[in-house]
Ligand binder design. Structure first.
Ligand code: DC
Length: 222
């Protein structure tokens, strides 16, 4: 076994992937790569340039103008789109939906996957997304598939927004999550699916600590 520790975490929107991945990265002192942020940055570029996200040829044509760079500051991933720090901007709900659309296009996926695989060659990391265990890091030491009941995922998002002082509608959030899951699971290229060798954890009734402990047990068994 080589010394590089690679952990792949996949699952639907709001399953807790990033919270869990950040905790693992901190505890194992490895890098956390949020691949959703990369697809979000592609979507943001298209949105800011009035490119119709539903027209694949238009998105693909503009793709060569998209330069993404990941920089770590104080162990936190910052993402640059054509030299602008878009770490905060890409968190908007509309950008998440846009990311779900542009990520269905093969040339977009190829470009992102290449960058992701390049990062994993050099360093130990925990990477989260939708296709990490199935396509990006097929040899990952540990693969985890996180899921949770859709209403519970919606409630988590709802609470996050309320905590930030934003207004939110639980049913609307649930509908958006369902729509995004449907698109991510039914696309032609690298759809969201559990890898055969992934450990599935339903986090509906688990605390963050419980999920982290469970994953650590799995890692330590490998
Ligand atoms: O995890 P997220 O909400 O930031 O992801 C935004 C969208 O990007 C998601 O709906 C699907 C897409 N995505 C993907 O197709 N593959 C990945 N590895 C990560 C995200």
């Amino acid at each position: 076994m080589n010394d590089i520790l690679t952990i792949a975490i996949d699952g639907p929107a709001g399953a807790g992937k990033s919270t869990i991945a950040k905790r693992l990265a901190k505890d194992y002192e490895i890098v956390y790569v949020d691949t959703g942020a990369m697809y979000r940055s592609v979507a943001l570029y298209m949105m800011e340039h009035d490119i119709n996200l539903d027209v694949e040829s238009a998105v693909v044509e503009a793709l060569s103008q998209v330069h993404i760079r990941i920089v770590y500051k104080d162990d936190t991933q910052n993402i640059y789109l054509n030299e602008e720090d878009v770490t905060q901007k890409i968190r908007q709900q509309s950008v998440g939906e846009g990311a779900s659309k542009v990520s269905a296009y093969l040339p977009v996926r190829k470009k992102m996957v290449m960058m992701q695989q390049e990062m994993a060659k050099k360093t130990s990391l925990v990477m989260d997304g939708r296709d990490i265990g199935t396509h990006v890091l097929t040899d990952a030491r540990v693969k985890i598939f996180l899921s949770a009941d859709v209403m519970i995922r919606a409630k988590r998002r709802f609470n996050e927004l309320i905590e930030k002082g934003a207004s939110a509608d639980l049913q609307m959030i649930a509908n958006e999550i369902k729509e995004r899951d449907h698109r991510d699971m039914n696309r032609e290229h690298a759809p969201l699916v559990q890898a055969k060798d992934a450990h599935m954890l339903d986090t509906s009734n688990m605390s963050i600590d419980e999920v982290v402990d469970e994953i650590k047990k799995i890692i330590e068994m490998r």
